[in-house]
Write a protein that binds this ligand. Structure first.
Ligand SMILES: Cc1cc2nc3c(=O)[nH]c(=O)nc-3n(C[C@H](O)[C@H](O)[C@H](O)COP(=O)(O)OP(=O)(O)OC[C@H]3O[C@@H](n4cnc5c(N)ncnc54)[C@H](O)[C@@H]3O)c2cc1C
Length: 380
């Protein structure tokens, strides 16, 4: 069983207090206005949380994988938009920590710890679940590479957000996922990089999601992460961590929705008693709590495997699949428990219900997680 260390518990308490006092009160406004929660990111930077897993020598606080999940869970309980911004930022920091050379680490990790946001750019209009459909090309030109292509649905990418981008591009179109892709670090101020349409989403409306255009975007050879041909491997390593992160976000949303449902059920009087007195609703609560807890245990296991450097692909996919489905189940029943009031924007559950839905889609859909799990279980 998992027992949190004293340091992990302290961090959970710190982030919970900050999320409850500062982040939660802004969540409704951020959702309503669809605005980036800059003040949350600044506050989290001040507390050291934007560099949570970055080693101290690069300005971070050097914590472990499980602590990352614990932080995301607490943030998602208060504001799912803030949670995904931080989660994608952690994913990019993680890729840099594991795949970058010393020069790249010294440049980007201190920036990340200071709250400069990273974005991960894999998806394209023709390449969603199937990364093999990638079209963005990187062509060698002297000591440089010239990138051309279009990325879409990129988190931490918007008119005002995104300071550096991990871009996966084809360097050998014939080979595709088998060594034909390379990862590049591209800076925001590169003249060949531009931000396209920013999406108007159903939920997580405080997180900016945009197109990214690369037009004769020249980067030096030193912008390559790892080696030529490592791109798909880097994307998959990133996605293992990213999936644990989104599963953590889903657990946080579910915990937040469960708490709202319990509170409301205790306060709402019908037929002369609180609706919580009805066994039918108690069974809802029991199922919601059980699925949330089970999802959390899968998150803990996946994070623990990853921390120990073991293969976590299957369990990370299971955590993402189960937690995403649980978050949608729990928010749906929590809304049901609120009756008509749950359908109104006056109650947080309306936002949580919309926010939960994305956790079954990004970082690989539920169907894709099943493909990954089956492949691993059946060893195919
Ligand atoms: C808000 C948001 C933020 C995002 N952030 C990022 C980001 O930061 N970086 C990034 O690179 N991407 C990002 N994405 C992209 C996201 O990862 C993709 O949307 C997702 O992987 C699905 O791809 P798709 O939308 O093209 O759907 P498709 O791949 O077209 O899938 C459509 C449907 O078909 C199903 N399907 C597809 N293939 C199969 C199959 N073989 N078997 C069974 N079912 C299948 C899918 O499960 C899905 O239900 C983001 C997306 C959103 C919506």
């Amino acid at each position: 069983m998992f027992k949190l260390s004293e340091e992990q518990q302290e961090i959970v308490e710190l982030v919970r207090e900050y999320a409850t006092d500062k982040i939660a009160p802004l969540a409704e406004e951020i959702d309503h206005e669809g605005r980036f929660p800059r003040e949350n990111i600044e506050g989290l930077t001040e507390m050291g949380f934007m560099g949570l897993c970055i080693p101290e020598e690069y300005g971070g606080i050097g914590m472990d994988e499980l602590t990352k999940s614990l932080v995301i869970i607490e943030l998602a309980k208060a504001c799912a938009s803030t949670a995904v911004i931080v989660d994608v930022h952690y994913l990019v920091s993680d890729i840099i920590m594991h795949m970058a050379n010393e020069e790249q680490k010294s440049k980007y990790l201190p920036m990340a710890a200071e709250g400069k946001l990273g974005a991960f750019c894999l998806t394209e209009p023709g390449a969603g679940s199937d990364a093999g459909g990638l079209r963005t090309k990187a062509v060698k030109n002297g000591n440089d590479y010239i990138l051309n292509g279009q990325k879409c649905f990129i988190t931490n990418c918007g008119p005002n957000e995104g300071d550096y981008f991990v871009v996966i591009a084809l360097t050998d179109p014939e080979k595709k996922t088998h060594g034909g892709m390379t990862a590049f670090l591209v800076d925001r101020d590169n003249p060949g990089l531009s931000i396209g349409k920013t999406e108007n989403k159903m939920g997580i409306k405080g997180s900016e999601t945009s197109e990214l255009w690369l037009t004769d975007c020249r980067v030096p050879e030193t912008a390559i992460l790892g080696k030529i041909g490592d791109g798909f491997k880097i994307a998959m390593i990133g996605l293992d961590g990213g999936r644990i992160g989104i599963a953590s976000q889903a657990v946080g949303i579910a915990e937040g929705a469960l708490a709202e449902a319990v509170k409301y059920a205790g306060e709402r009087i019908q037929f002369g008693k609180p609706i919580a007195a009805n066994q039918g609703l108690q069974w809802y609560i029991a199922e919601m709590a059980t699925r949330t807890e089970a999802a959390k245990m899968l998150v803990y296991e996946a994070a623990d495997l990853r921390e120990r450097g073991e293969d976590c692909t299957k369990v990370a996919a299971m955590a993402k699949l189960f937690a995403g489905e649980a978050a949608c189940f729990v928010t749906d029943l929590a809304l049901q428990i609120h009756g008509g009031y749950g359908y109104m924007k006056d109650y947080a559950i309306e936002r949580m219900y919309r926010d939960a839905r994305i956790t079954r889609i990004y970082e690989g859909t539920s169907e894709v997680q099943k493909m990954v799990i089956a492949r691993s279980v059946m060893k195919r």
